[in-house]
Every structure is written in structure tokens, then in C-alpha cells.
Design a protein around this ligand. Sequence first.
Ligand SMILES: O=CC(=O)O
Length: 313
Amino acid sequence: MARPKVLVSLNEGPEAAIRLLSKECDIIAAPPSREAILERVPGVDAIYWCCKVKLDAEIIKAAGPGLRAVSTMSAGYDHIDVRLLKEMGIPFGNTASQLTDAVADTAVSLVLAVTRRLKEGHRTVERGQWDAGLLGIDIAGSTVGIVGLGGIGQTFAKRIKAFNVGRILYTGHSPKPEAAALGAEFVPFDKLVEQSDVIVVACPLNAETRGMFNAEVFKKMKPTSVVVNVGRGECIDQDALVDALRKKEIFGAGLDVMVPEPLPKDHPLITLDNCVLYPHIGSATVGTRAAMAAGAAENILCALKGQPMPSPV
Ligand SMILES: O=CC(=O)O
């Protein structure tokens, strides 16, 4: 029987995935460009997605009727037409569980960086100055609000509890059973925004969460509060954030995700002392990326054998 063909969109080198997949499948590698992918995708049995290109109807249809599995090496799938895949009955999986620790660590580091003004401190030392009076915000005793108590939100909550925070609030669709063990209290979005000292956005991007942090929301936040985003840049209205940071309506922001990515070199967020920016490195550790690569490959190998994906969406 012919070996199944898997299109692998190559971005950050999913070597572990290629090793696993190539035991049972032929790999069709494509650089992360729409043109290259469209040229190489016709006739494949599966698609392994590891790039920011939108996996939309054009690419899915170009694959042809043999397409039997799609897997993304990411937790988020706002760049993929999941509705169409479902309609077509094509199994789709992600790597939801593999990156929770790494992304939660990233969120903690952003919280610390912003509350303790690390960007300003670093810049001060670089300029040959020494400002030991850079007073930050205490985390101990603070109210921490988590938007989206999924795997990442829960893992972040466990870590931040160790900083002796006062309360943990969370918001989302509905209360989560896991919240009790974390001592986290389910509240409406507005209450979370008004009462939190530290807000962490750890939710997926969808119609409800797009632009949920807008000018009106920043005005409701405490002037001493910080917002950290490890979800998707589009959850925050970035122009409104720039405005809020400039006017000191909030204390600071820490972003691992932004719009666009990469952020242009002259973007105002870069100049602001009270905004710490990471180049979307939430899951970027050797171990996490290897686990994600293997997990996304397993999704495909299982689906090609007619078995359930380990991480179906
Ligand atoms: O942002 C990273 C991911 O969705 O995996």
C-alpha cells in the first residue's frame, strides 16, 4: 500500500515531527509561504501545520479529496478554518497540553518584569545611570485576575499562588471545576477588570475575545494595575493600550503576543518604558517545542490509522 503523504509547513524546524512522521509517511516539506504550500499541497493525505499562514478554504480545498487529517503544532488555532474542517469531517488536532508550563512561566516572568519595572531598570543601567528608586508594585497580597482559566490559566494560577497573592479571580464562559483547588473565584469580566491588580490574558482568540480590552476597559482598570497577554495580540485593542500606557491609566503591560507579529521597529509600544515585549516566545523552550512537534505528529499518525487523535479540537 502506498505510504500516506504529509505536507509539513516548515517554520521553526519541527525535526522531531519529521522523524516520527517519516517512519510511516512521505514528507512533502513546504516553506511557510502561501504560494509554496498551494503548489505542494494537492494530493496529500494529511497536513502538519507549523506556520502563521492562514490554513483556509483555499489551501484545504487544494489538498483534494484524499485529505484525512490536519494537525497544528500550536495550542491556538485562530489561523485555521476549523469550521470547514469539521463540515468536511476531517479530524483536526492541536498541541493544547504540551505548552502549558512554558507559557505559564512566560506569563509569570512578564508579571514580574512589569510590576518591578525591569525594562526601565535595564535601560537606566545601559545609560550608565543608577536609579535605585524605581518603585514597583507588590504581588504579595494583590488581586490577580485571569481571563481564561484553561490549561495555561490554571498553571499560571498555581505558580502565582506561591507569591502569596491575596485573591485570584477568573472569568470566562462558565465556572470551572478546577477553580476550587486553586482558590480562584469566578467573576464577571467587568468585576475582574475593576478589582484586579494584575490581569493575565490567557484565552483563545475568537469573536468574543477579539478586542475585549478596549479604551473603556482600560479606564475601568486601577491606575496601579498591570495587564499581561500570553493569549493572542488581537484580544487587546493595541492603539487603546498605547493610549492607556501613555496616559498612565494603567501601570504597565507585558506582551508575548501583539499585532502585527513581528511588531514594526518604530511601533510606539517599543518606546514605552512601562511596556515589556517578548517576540511570542511563550512555548519556545527546547523541551516544549520537541513535545509539541511529537504531539502534533501523533495526531496525524493516529488519524491516518482511523484512531482518535490524542489532542483533538
Ligand atoms: O501561541 C502559541 C500557540 O498557540 O501554540
